[in-house]
Design a protein around this ligand. Structure first.
Ligand code: C2E
Ligand code: MG
Ligand code: MG
Length: 634
């Protein structure tokens, strides 16, 4: 007599999983499909186990053929279940068993053999047989457990060989645990054949899988029905290179600021409103929320992105509203198509980069992600790497560009300009790395390296003999955020034991945005003996009256207004230079590229000239070679 007391509750629990699993959205990846089949097989095995055992007990009421069919079906689903546990292990390790073909022969042959034994059992009586006294195990009955152990062993082997594939340690522990539970279950079942215990152990294994890999909540954005970024990564990993697909993504304009304006709670509810709207409107496609106001819709290659774009633009014209939320939002859109050449990681990176760009795009049109954007993006990451390497290893180089006295044509000073090198040792222009350094905070270290190397240059060379009175060093507005900037500069200066008068600090007008802080900071640093120069005057919006508040000693005219004037002289620039002189500032003209420009700028009263006409920025040793003997080559 068999004991069902374990089987019935097991069945109920599996049904509970199945129901919960079915009612939440799932991404169609292999692992999930295997799990679904596993749930179905588990139900089938448990039901058949009960039904077949019941029939076997009351064998007199049944035709012998029915008894054979019931028992054979039970054995078939039993083996299929073991097989799916093994498949699940392959899924965790991202092994494609169609590509695994040759090696999987080792598994296929025994499986084939097993099914042959099961199906031929009515004739061979290998697994079981039924006679006048009912059901009996055959001489080969334990083969069913042998094959189960064989598959568990397969799982252990895969676990050992591929242990570096999964990203999380718990993925590996999970595989080990559920396989060990299955092993224990099979041993217990052999020891106590009368209890239908195997199902309970399988249930524990399934619960482990559910808790470790399959809980739908792992893949859902908590605020909506949209999938989360983990789901997006796994989904793209799986379809990339196998299926053609299109991605339509959008980002909420200025997400960070908007979030501050509306508050986190209202914004969260907005994200959930948008996610739910997308889920309901585009049921044919997969909707993902990719953090920070970014939504991603993935469809097949026939997905009509223009139509979706139109629908979304129209929807964003009206507010996102619920009982306690009302948000007016705008979005930027990007589209990317599948491409066999690229890994899913690259595609995601491209998407993120493009969304960063379109976040600021006001017109709301679609941006098709093409190679140009991608090249810019990869270039950006390369520059970032070179920058980090140079800054962290004190490898930022300082080039010097001479500044000439307009009247005598002789060297009076120089500007220190930062340079870094890429992987191939080629110079990267500051226009590329300074903005990145300002964004990621490396500018503080970079600025201090340039400052220190300039101080060292002053210490180690007789700059007076070269005719130089000072060297200009650029300061980024970001550096002024540090309230101890004056102390930091002073410390470096003291280390090289040079007077502060020889260093002039260049700041641009945009640094003066935060007037209160800047005035105070510049005041502090000036008190330590440094002088300030206003860089790039005329590049952007200029405010002359504001200059009075700051202790500048020199104004540098940006090359754009110098060039404009040289092309088409007018009265504005001469008057401006005149005004500066009256206000007590000396004036430097940047971007002097030929003799005529030098003359024109001298004529309107500029004191100093800087530009390629005199010299490109030079590495320090070349600078010394050129000007070191005190000759002011012109
Ligand atoms: P800037 O401070 O206005 O530096 C002058 C720029 O004009 C330099 O570009 C210089 O090479 C270029 N230049 C000089 N003469 C001529 C000329 O005759 N024709 C033309 N077309 N260009 C000329 P560079 O070295 O590429 O630096 C660009 C900007 O990067 C600098 O503009 C400065 O704002 C920034 N930068 C450079 N080094 C540093 C640094 O150490 N710290 C900070 N915060 N910014 C830096
Ligand atoms: Mg400058
Ligand atoms: Mg400049």
């Amino acid at each position: 007599m068999w004991n069902y007391s374990f089987a019935v509750p097991s069945l109920l629990v599996v049904l509970l999983y199945a129901v919960y699993y079915f009612f939440l959205p799932r991404i169609p990846i292999k692992m999930n499909r295997t799990f679904l089949r596993l749930l179905v097989l588990q139900c089938a095995v448990t039901v058949l186990d009960i039904v077949a055992s019941c029939a076997d007990t009351n064998y007199t009421h049944f035709h012998i053929a029915i008894l054979y069919i019931l028992n054979i079906t039970y054995f078939v689903v039993f083996v299929l279940r073991s097989l799916h546990f093994y498949f699940f292990t392959l899924n965790v390790f991202k092994i494609d068993y169609t590509e695994f073909r040759k090696k999987s022969l080792i598994v296929r042959i025994p499986i084939f053999l097993t099914f042959a034994i099961i199906l031929t059992t009515p004739f061979t009586h290998a697994l079981f047989y039924i006679d006048e006294s009912g059901y009996h195990n055959g001489y080969f009955y334990n083969f069913i457990y042998l094959i189960m152990w064989f598959l568990i062993l397969g799982s252990y082997v895969v676990l050992f060989v591929f242990k570096d594939v999964p990203k999380r340690r718990r993925d590996i522990r999970g595989v080990f645990f559920y396989n060990t539970v299955l092993l224990a279950g099979s041993i217990v079942r052999l020891m106590y054949p009368d209890y239908l215990l195997m199902d309970t152990f399988c249930l524990i294994a399934i619960t482990t899988i559910y808790l470790t890999y399959e809980n739908p909540d792992f893949y859902l954005e908590s605020r909506s029905y949209a999938f989360n970024s983990r789901a997006l990564r796994e989904y793209l990993d799986e379809i990339n290179g196998k299926k053609k697909y299109k991605i339509m993504a959008f980002i909420i304009h200025n997400y960070g600021e908007v979030r501050e304006i509306y508050g986190g709670r209202q914004m969260d509810s907005g994200i959930s409103l948008i996610g739910t709207y997308l889920y309901r409107t585009f049921r044919r496609y997969k909707v993902f929320y990719f953090r920070s106001g970014r939504f991603v819709i993935v469809g097949d290659d026939k997905m009509d992105v223009e139509k979706i774009h139109k629908i979304l633009v129209k929807r964003f014209m009206s507010p996102w509203k619920s009982s306690d939320t009302e948000l007016y939002l705008e979005a930027g859109y990007a589209v990317i198509s599948s491409d066999n050449m690229r890994s899913s990681d690259t595609i995601l990176n491209m998407l993120i980069t493009t969304l960063e760009v379109v976040e600021k795009n006001e017109d709301g049109s679609i941006n098709y992600i093409d190679t140009k954007i991608v090249e810019a993006a990869t270039k950006g990451t390369e520059v970032k790497k070179s920058l980090e390497y140079a800054v962290d290893n004190n490898k930022v180089e300082v080039f010097l560009q001479p500044v000439m006295d307009a009247l005598t044509g002789k060297l009076v000073g120089a500007e220190a300009l930062a340079r870094i090198r890429d992987n191939d040792g080629k110079l990267v222009p500051p226009g590329l790395f300074i903005p990145i350094a300002e964004k990621n905070g490396k500018i503080n270290q970079l600025g201090e390296q340039v400052f220190a190397k300039t101080c060292r240059f002053v210490k180690e060379n007789d700059i007076k003999k070269m005719g130089m009175k000072w060297i200009n060093v650029n300061l980024s507005p970001v550096q002024f955020m540090r309230t101890d900037l004056d102390q930091r500069l002073l410390t470096i200066l003291k280390k090289y034991d040079i007077p502060p008068e020889v260093i002039h600090l260049e700041v641009t007008e945009d640094a003066m945005g935060e007037e209160g802080i800047m005035e105070k900071q510049i005041g502090n640093i000036k008190d330590k003996g440094f002088s300030f120069v206003l860089d790039d005057f005329g590049k952007g919006y200029s405010n002359i009256s504001r200059l009075k508040k700051y202790p500048f000693i020199n104004i540098k005219l940006d090359l754009s207004i110098v060039w404009d004037y040289c092309k088409e002289p007018d009265v504005i620039l001469p008057n401006l230079v005149d005004t500066f002189e009256r206000m007590g500032f000396s004036v430097t003209a940047e971007g002097i590229e030929d003799e005529k420009m030098a003359e024109a700028m001298t004529d309107i009263g500029c004191d100093y000239l800087q530009g390629y006409y005199y010299s490109m920025p030079l590495p320090m040793d070349e600078f010394v070679a050129k000007y070191g003997d005190g000759a002011s080559a012109g």
